[in-house]
Ligand binder design. Structure first.
Ligand SMILES: [Zn+2]
Length: 135
């Protein structure tokens, strides 16, 4: 994933990344960052090189979920790993730590895919109702 000009490895698939905020019931919020009404990034193929440009991997390109085109505040929301509701309430504490990992093309080689993911529509995401979030 690319946000705020940095590539990160997410701990989960893009549509399963979970909000880290704590609900009033002291549980971790179960909302995902990607939700209906949220601006989405785009999958793009980018050069699979280190930022320094010194390392060229055999697979020349890699698929990245790119959030560069969404507004800065929205990228900050992703970086903070908060759902739409909790991004609006910064005073709510986090229950979990955002689990982004800086992407390293060598250490994370198995995550490099030189094709864009198939445009599958996950039925559970489309049909998912808004779980009540009452911070
Ligand atoms: Zn949340």
């Amino acid at each position: 994933m690319q946000l705020l000009y940095v590539r990160y490895l997410a701990a989960r698939p893009v549509d399963e990344i979970q909000c880290v905020a704590r609900t009033r019931r002291r549980h971790r919020c179960t909302n995902t960052l990607l939700s209906p009404g949220a601006l989405a990034g785009v999958w793009r193929l980018v050069p699979a090189t280190e930022t320094s440009g010194q390392l060229a991997l055999p697979s020349a390109v890699m698929a990245v979920y790119d959030l560069s085109s969404v507004p800065y505040a929205e990228q900050l929301r992703w970086r903070a790993q908060r759902c739409l509701q909790h991004a609006a309430i910064p005073t709510v504490a986090d229950l979990a730590v955002a689990d982004w990992e800086l992407f390293d093309p060598l250490r994370h080689r198995e995550h490099i895919h030189n094709r864009l993911p198939a445009p599958t529509r996950r039925p559970d995401l489309a049909g998912r109702t808004h779980q009540a979030v009452r911070p």
